[in-house]
Design a protein around this ligand. Structure first.
Ligand SMILES: Cc1cc2nc3c(=O)[nH]c(=O)nc-3n(C[C@H](O)[C@H](O)[C@H](O)COP(=O)(O)OP(=O)(O)OC[C@H]3O[C@@H](n4cnc5c(N)ncnc54)[C@H](O)[C@@H]3O)c2cc1C
Ligand code: FES
Ligand code: FES
Length: 1333
């Protein structure tokens, strides 16, 4: 060790003598400092949950600079002389909340709250740098943050109040028109649109922020000293000058230089790489220099991407426009390069030297002909960035002892044009599918090409040049002929092996041409303009082609929410129906809310890591844990032999093992577990457990399962009418198919369990992030072989669940309990994101096949539909999920003759499970596919066909349940009116006539969602209410809080029922020893069931208090409680509720599976880029029937959150499995959930007025799942836009579009001449990288 690591955290000085080079700042904060406000969501810089602010004094700028960074990637050793600010450092509920924390909470921008501290810190860092940001700055600050609950709208809206152009003056000016002076019209039962009161917001006062430690300013001005920290396996050296660095590199040629650690950190964490020597060059001036040279700008290799951005922006202002073509192109690439947190730390040199084939900057640097200076102890050399620079995959031309010193980015000259393009799955924060830089120079005052350089990433193991194509085009005129030839040459030169890693072969090849076409048009347009100035006339781009040259740009969303106010005269203290804030929101925003892994560590606590199968189907031949057992810190290796009770487990049928015994049936099947003193030790040891298998043939896809009839029993079916008669009656019959991909829950908090043995009678206490405390208790008792009364499961809150923690959480909790039982000590495990995604399964992929008979008018007469769902390696809840798909097979349409059949495919994938909507969305998605086909076949707009077939009040569903209080007609009409559907349709038609390469589409989709668990016995709930002698009330009920606001709603119910303010009522947690035998918090019914149980308990108490109230009518609540207590009245009551009149029999097709239905309709408009497949969500209007809302803010939050999760399902999220059943997409890097930029630019949500529901508590309705399917409106709007694009190629009539409508699917479906140049490889002739499961 040379020197000590000195830094500050939240103003407190930390001097660390034993800094561990492998430890991240996040681990340091959470485990060493106990600052658990900063969360772990992915450990790979992809979610932003770990965002903190780092401040440093910059001696060159002579000022303090603040940056948001990902604590999960920042090595603690990199913090020397920095000040770290975490969410705890800016405010707390106990003292004072910061305006940034207050606004996200009060504008309902925090649901589960797990993303909230990260979002707060991104905003805080922005405000520290720019106290008056623009809306654009705000959007950009969140590019690296994800939220799975809110749908982002409330966060943006809350923070817009800080923006200079946000329409909010922060109560500074505009006296009369100030939004903060406006009051909601909420006292007359009318419609209101204000969900919060901005006049309550504290103004931002930059002078109140914690000061930067003066000691650090002083230290920054002192001379650098060499620092060195030696850890368990790695030594970290921070040389003080270039000579020292070069000496070290000569001494340790294999040493890694680390600047941002955004690449090295990932390699060490996820790719099992070990770099024993790390050199940190960040303080060396030669590596951070920026110089303007005669030919361009020179950047030291350690300059960060944010610095690059800032310098380019300011240089562009000072240079002549023609000089800045490359600079603009780099800025465009940086706009879509990772998130702000990554750009703040990642270095230019790091990007170049990683030599990634999908680097965003390397194709630009290569096409622009940048010069690189490299240096070693032996001296300097200058290399041209060309195709020699990257000799092979992830290799550069540098010698082992050389380092990259700097890069010179050239200015462009007159007659030179440059563009860069990046295409990715998601626009924001995503790695490229194809990325490129394109450079052309013309002979003076002509359109004759003198130099052309096209460089591509994503088309080979390295960044490459399209050399042959460029060579052939030199000397050619920039016209249609050149375009034709260029496309043809590129299609031959830019080929890919059909099995190429990354897949999407046809798409990638098409992109190389489509992007060149964009470049061609862009240059033609600019050149025509420039030459015109010199009096030379050149043909310009056709007006209907011009939009193809526009860069992807979206406006800041504008949103509106409308709901019905509480009726006139409702007591001020009665909070039912009012938009009150989530009760934990402020704590979530300050980092004080405690999640499972935030529970302080017990003495002697150990950490568990799962050991899982690497083969999809096989017999275990041997397990060798010898090496693992001798690794540092390891205490035990658990196998099936350690189970004292039963190894059989499962939520409905016991067809799974806690730990694999003999056979493995999927990749990710849990075989054993390592328990060690730390997570790092356990993970390292787990990787060294060797398992050998006898491989058996796996079944991975639905198609394979159908081929070998691999189905679970029973096969379900629902039938009404006479199908054959129906088909005879029909004018036309069509057949079709749609595949709906699965979905990862991506709750921000991964699964976490902590088991604490109590040492007596087999007692154990479990703290678990689960939606089902009872199921956890039952299955843990079963594996341990003890009665359930020895096991207590406690759930404070979850960082999201969405069905993923309904029963799959027991995979982990049973193993953790087993370890704690064996070792007689507390054991904890929070899964890493990749482990969670690998092991826990997700939404079922579905294949729907249909035959539909209909009249020429569009009236559907008969339908035969078959569903196949990819169930995976166990039943889990799949039967109920399949049944729900069948219950929703007709969506909202009255089909006289209908027959649906469902098969559960047994495959070797991790068991799929509950996910918001529970099979309903898949069922309805198939319905909308045949509606769409019928419309196209009849040549009628799909909306007319939908309207024509809609149910009416009193109609019977295929399962013979009568539709009562049927509001779909109202939702539909209000939605059309609010969205101005007919006006939009006309505008779209006009737009599409005027644009060849951009098309718009629109769609309106209704939904009907059955409310109840279809397993009848689950429709019950309990509650326990204690009144203490001071009048305070402790409320417990069977539901768990996962962000959906259930506890808030339950407090509202109890508050009305008891007639006391909500502030007197408290909910601590959900636990099996307070309310037993609870149903999982699922199926959208938790407010209905638990609300009634709470009401029931409160009624009992009210009756017991009644005599004292009557006796003392002027008394207070406290008086009555005291009087009752003194009179020896029981002030504790439990409540119970079961939903009446439920029951359905598949054999007879009779009975009521549902208590009632929730309804809604949505209209969405999109714009697609036919050349890239990008799409923009331009507009969405949702009208949702939630009955009489218990809490409009929470309900609107559920509508928006579910809708955005549906947008992910239907347009973005793709799980990629290899043909061998290996999940390839195991983190936010490869699996893209919607980001801030994906919300509709114009987003309206309206809760249907005057629609009380007599079937649920206080006339409310369930809301958690029903709105999700409305996102299908975006999918079908995309399909509508593709239809317009296909018409340009003369293609009309029905076509297949599978879900999600990803950029790839959109591009390929827009069949055009470029697609035809890249025909797909013939199926069966190659092994694809990924398969549709
Ligand atoms: C969430 C996330 C999103 C990302 N998004 C993108 C994206 O959109 N586009 C993209 O292109 N990349 C992306 N990346 C990759 C990565 O961020 C970039 O490659 C980044 O520029 C690497 O810089 P760094 O300073 O963090 O590198 P480090 O991890 O510190 O180092 C990377 C490599 O470069 C070497 N190195 C660094 N400096 C020198 C030098 N001066 N001389 C010799 N070798 C050197 C190191 O030894 C190491 O091998 C992303 C990464 C993450 C984690
Ligand atoms: S935990 Fe750091 S970005 Fe996800
Ligand atoms: S509130 Fe954002 S992830 Fe839950």
């Amino acid at each position: 060790m040379e020197g000590e690591l000195l830094f500050f955290v939240n103003g407190k000085k930390i001097v660390e003598g034993n800094a561990e080079p492998e430890m991240t700042l996040l681990t340091y904060l959470r485990t060493k400092l106990g600052l658990t406000g900063t969360k772990l969501g992915c450990a790979e810089g992809g979610c932003g949950a770990c965002t903190v602010m780092i401040s440093r004094f910059n001696p060159h700028k002579n000022r303090i600079v603040h940056h948001a960074v990902n604590a999960c990637l920042a090595p603690v050793c990199s913090l020397h002389h920095s000040a770290v600010t975490t969410v705890e450092g800016i405010g707390s509920v106990a003292t004072q909340v910061h305006p940034v924390q207050e606004r996200i909470a009060k504008t309902h921008g925090s649901q589960c709250g797990f993303c909230t501290p990260g979002i707060v810190m991104s905003m805080y860092a922005l405000l520290r740098n720019r106290p008056q940001p623009s809306k654009l700055d705000i959007e950009e600050a969140f590019q690296g943050n994800l939220c799975r609950c809110t749908g982002y709208r409330p966060i943006l809206e809350g923070y817009k109040t800080f923006a200079v152009d946000g329409g909010c003056c922060g109560r500074k000016g505009k006296e009369n028109d100030c939004c903060m002076n406006r009051e909601a019209k909420d006292n007359n039962g009318g419609s209101v649109s204000q969900l919060y009161d901005p006049s309550q917001f504290k103004p931002l006062d930059p002078t109140q922020e914690i000061i930067f430690p003066p000691e650090l300013s002083r230290l920054a001005k002192q001379e650098n000293k060499k620092l060195q920290f030696k850890g368990e396996r790695v030594v970290w050296i921070q040389p003080s000058c270039l000579t020292e660095l070069l000496d070290l590199k000569a001494k340790y040629p294999e040493a890694k230089l680390v600047v941002g650690n955004t690449e090295v950190g990932i390699e060490m964490k996820f790719k099992n790489m070990l770099y024993p020597v790390i050199l940190a060059p960040t303080v060396i001036p030669e590596l951070t220099v920026v110089q303007h040279t005669r030919n361009g700008i020179l950047f030291g290799a350690a300059c960060t991407l944010t610095q690059l951005e800032e310098v380019l922006r300011s240089s562009i202002d000072d240079l002549l426009p023609y000089q800045t073509e490359v600079l603009h192109a780099i800025l465009e690439q940086l706009r879509w390069f990772a998130g702000r947190q990554i750009r703040n730390v990642a270095a230019i040199g790091g990007n170049i030297m990683t030599a990634s084939p999908i680097s965003d900057l390397n194709p630009v640097f290569m096409a622009a002909g940048c010069k690189l200076t490299v240096i070693s102890k032996g001296g300097k050399r200058v290399l041209q960035m060309d195709d020699q620079f990257f000799p092979r995959y992830r290799k550069t031309a540098l010698k082992p002892d050389e380092i990259l010193l700097s890069i010179e980015i050239p200015y462009t000259r007159k007659g030179q044009y440059f563009s860069a393009f990046k295409q990715s799955l998601r626009r924001e924060d995503d790695i490229a599918i194809v990325t490129c830089g394109m450079n052309v120079i013309f002979e003076e005052e002509t359109n004759t090409v003198s130099h052309l350089q096209l460089s591509y990433g994503g088309m080979a193991p390295t960044t490459i040049l399209a050399k042959e194509t460029c060579k052939m085009l030199i000397g050619r005129k920039w016209n249609e002929n050149l375009l034709e030839e260029a496309c043809s040459l590129l299609s031959k030169e830019m080929t890919l092996d059909p099995s190429a890693p990354g897949g999407s072969v046809t798409y990638r090849r098409t992109l190389t041409i489509s992007l060149f076409f964009k470049f061609f048009l862009t240059v033609q347009h600019k050149l025509a303009g420039d030459l015109k100035e010199q009096g030379i006339v050149l043909e310009d781009v056709r007006p209907d082609y011009i939009s193809a040259t526009e860069l992807f740009h979206k406006e800041f969303p504008s949103c509106a929410q409308v709901y019905q106010a509480v009726p006139l005269g409702q007591n001020e203290e009665d909070v039912v129906g009012r938009p009150i804030m989530h009760l934990s929101a402020l704590k979530q925003a300050t980092g004080e809310a405690v999640y499972c892994d935030d529970i302080p560590h017990y003495k002697n606590e150990l950490f568990l890591v799962l050991v899982t199968s690497t083969t999809a189907h096989g017999q275990i031949l041997s397990i060798d844990s010898e090496e693992a057992m001798s690794s540092p810190g390891v205490v035990t290796f658990l196998t099936a032999k350690d189970i004292p009770g039963s190894n059989q487990t499962g939520p409905a049928v016991y067809d799974e093992t806690v730990l694999a015994d003999g056979m493995v049936t999927c990749v990710g099947h849990i075989v054993g577990a390592i328990v060690a003193d730390t997570q790092a030790h356990a993970q390292r040891a787990a990787k060294s457990v060797k398992i050998s298998y006898k491989e058996l043939k796996p079944i991975i896809t639905i198609q394979e399962a159908i081929e070998c009839k691999s189905f679970y029993q029973p096969v379900r079916s629902i039938k009404k009418g006479n199908l054959e008669e129906g088909f005879k009656e029909a004018d036309l019959i069509l057949e079709g198919e749609i595949h709906i991909g699965g979905q990862e829950h991506f709750y921000l908090e991964t699964n976490c369990s902590l088991a604490v043995p109590r040492g007596e009678d087999g007692e154990m206490e479990l703290f678990v992030s689960t939606q089902s405390a009872t199921k956890t208790q039952q299955l843990v008792a079963k594996v341990l072989g003890v009665p359930a009364n020895r096991i207590v499961c406690r759930v404070k809150r979850m960082g999201g669940g969405f069905g993923g923690k309904e029963c799959r959480s027991t995979l982990l909790s049973t193993v953790v309990a087993l370890a704690a039982h064996k070792l007689k000590t507390p054991v904890r495990c929070m899964l890493d994101r990749d482990e969670d995604m690998l092991v826990t399964g997700g939404r079922h992929p579905f294949l729907g096949r249909y035959k539909v008979g209909f009249m020429k008018t569009g009236k559907v007469i008969s339908l035969e539909v078959t569903y196949y769902c990819n169930t995976g390696n166990s039943m889990d809840l799949s039967l109920s999920i399949l049944e729900r798909a069948l219950f929703h097979m007709e969506n909202c349409y009255n089909i006289p003759h209908i027959h649906g059949t469902g098969y559960m495919c047994r495959t070797n994938l991790p068991s799929n499970t509950a996910f918001r909507g529970f099979g309903g969305p898949q069922g309805m998605m198939v319905a909308e596919s045949w509606i769409c086909d019928v419309a196209m076949a009849c040549g009628i707009p799909a909306e007319e066909v939908r309207k024509l077939n809609l149910y009416e009040e009193g109609d019977l569903t295929p399962f013979n349940q009568r539709l009562e209080q049927f509001t779909i007609g109202r939702c539909w009409e209000e939605c059309l009116a609010l969205a101005k559907y007919h006006y939009r349709r006309t505008q779209i038609e006009q737009f599409n006539r005027q644009h060849r390469w951009k098309k718009r589409g629109i769609s309106v989709i209704p939904t009907k969602f059955g409310i109840s668990f279809t397993a009848i016995f689950l429709n019950q709930a309990g509650a326990l209410v204690h009144i203490y002698t001071d009048g305070s009330v402790l409320l417990t009920h069977g539901g768990t809080e996962m962000g959906q606001g259930l506890h808030t709603k339950m407090v509202q119910v109890a508050s009305r029922a008891l007639g006391i303010p909500g502030s007197k009522i408290h909910i601590t947690e959900t636990s099996t020893n307070t309310v037993p035998n609870t149903s999982p918090t699922a199926a959208s019914v938790s407010s209905d069931l638990n609300g009634m149980a709470v009401y029931n308990a409160c009624q009992t108490l009210i009756q017991r208090l009644e005599p004292y109230r009557t006796k003392n009518p002027q008394g207070t609540w406290e008086d009555w409680v005291t009087a009752a207590y003194l009179d020896r009245v029981n002030l504790s009551a439990n409540g119970f509720y079961k939903t009446p009149d439920l029951g359905y029999d598949f054999e007879t097709n009779q009975g009521r599976p549902f208590n009632y239905f929730s309804y809604g309709a949505a209209c969405s408009e999109v714009e697609i880029d036919c050349l890239t497949g990008d799409h923009k969500n331009l507009h969405t209007t949702i009208v949702m029937d939630v009955g009489k809302s218990l809490n409009p803010a929470i309900d609107i939050g559920q509508v928006e959150g579910a809708f955005m999760q549906g947008v992910g399902l239907f347009t973005l999220e793709e799980l990629r499995y290899s043909p061998q059943g290996i999940l390839l997409s195991r983190g936010p890097g490869m699996y893209k959930i919607p980001a801030f930029g994906d919300i509709p630019t114009d987003f309206k949500v309206s809760l249907l007025r005057d629609a009380p529901n007599e079937k649920a508590i206080f006339s409310s309705k369930a809301v958690g799942e029903p709105p999700l399917f409305l996102a299908a409106s975006v999918f079908y709007a995309i399909k509508d836009a593709i239809t317009a694009a296909r018409a340009e190629s003369g293609l009309n009539g029905p076509f297949r579009l599978d879900s999600p409508a990803s950029a790839e699917r959109i591009r390929v479906a827009c069949e055009d001449r470029f697609i035809k140049m890249c025909p797909p490889p013939e199926a069966g002739t190659f092994r694809p990288w990924a398969v549709q499961v």
